[in-house]
Design a protein around this ligand. Structure first.
Ligand code: AVI
Length: 320
């Protein structure tokens, strides 16, 4: 059976050279770092899916609950027959909570991982035969263009999962400003944002007892071994995640367990015992703090839903 997914290759998938160049650059810095976008190879994407199901990782189930409860109100604001555009659509799972209520005329999933994207949009098209489904392979953190042929009458962006929290606040503002320039006046953006809360709950979410987040963090080193010329040993590093209160962010690091030299693509890097590679920031906002950031980027706060415990927020922003 051929399923009706219109595929648009926007040719912005990062090439292998960007992994090499970015890793060499990050490992040369005083505080060594690697971009969290490199977590998501096939195994990394699978591990991330498992993180979402861990009891300590509250964001996924909480956001799903909020979306399911608010779907009717979201549909009232967005109006029927919108074009729903999901950034970083992954398994296209959360959007299912909105489709029946919103009845958009078309859906565009945008993701960096081509095979994963095709598989999940095909499943979506099979499950919702009335929906026109498009898929675009692109790195949405780079300058985006919307594919030609997408009927963009009433576009509504959908950016769930608090992925905005993985940008630092200035980059988040710049990203939203870039998104604004893609969307016509009057269109909307539905975005999930994790909320600031007590340190214990936050730190538990990134240090699950089953060790899935640790495996996700360490998998970055397996990826370097698989894709670059390096014998870096993941066994010589350990996962660390903690809440940095001054910056309002969870930081993830890989901590060198011993003094060591690591060669990558012919370049040698020295690690002291305890020295770290900073692999991710996950910023936590208050509702007002996030709305102020969105306002600076040219979006007005139209509505916001949270769960009863105030763990997570979903915002409907209007492009001003
Ligand atoms: C994708 N992103 C919003 C997740 C987060 O919570 O920052 C990635 C993650 N890293 C560790 N656990 C989950």
């Amino acid at each position: 059976m051929t399923l009706a997914v219109q595929f648009h290759d926007l040719h912005t998938t990062p090439a292998k050279t960007s992994l090499r160049d970015e890793i060499l650059m990050g490992f040369s810095a005083d505080q060594k770092f690697a971009s969290p976008k490199f977590f998501y190879d096939q195994r990394g994407s699978e591990l991330f899916d498992r993180i979402c199901a861990q009891p300590e990782y509250y964001p996924t189930r909480t956001e799903e609950l909020i979306l399911a409860n608010a779907a009717g109100e979201i549909a009232d604001i967005a109006g029927i027959e919108a074009t729903l555009i999901e950034l970083g659509s992954g398994a296209s799972r959360k959007v299912r909570l909105l489709l029946e209520a919103m009845r958009p005329s078309s859906y565009l999933g945008i993701d960096i991982s081509r095979d994963f994207l095709l598989e999940s949009t095909r499943r979506l098209a099979a499950d919702y035969p009335w929906l026109e489904v498009h898929a675009a392979c692109a790195d949405f953190s780079c300058n985006m263009v919307l594919p030609e042929g997408l009927g963009c009458e009433r576009p509504v962006g959908f950016f769930p999962g608090s992925s905005i929290g993985n940008f630092d606040p200035q980059a988040a503002e710049d990203f939203l400003r870039g998104l604004r320039s893609l969307l016509p006046i009057g269109s909307g953006l539905l975005i999930g944002v994790d909320l600031l809360k007590d340190k214990a709950t936050l730190e538990a979410a990134y240090n699950d007892a089953a060790g899935v987040t640790a495996a996700f963090n360490l998998n970055l080193l397996d990826r370097l071994r698989a894709e670059l010329n390096t014998a870096i040993d993941p066994g010589h590093f350990a996962h660390r995640a903690f809440f940095n209160e001054a910056q309002s962010r969870i930081e993830m690091h890989l901590v060198s367990q011993l003094p060591q030299f690591v060669a990558i693509e012919g370049e040698r890097f020295h690690f002291l015992e305890g020295e770290t590679i900073h692999t991710e920031n996950s910023y936590k906002y208050t509702v007002e703090g996030f709305q102020a950031l969105a306002d600076r980027a040219g979006f007005e706060a139209i509505s916001c839903w949270t769960d009863t415990q105030g763990l997570f927020s979903v915002h409907y922003l209007g492009r001003a």
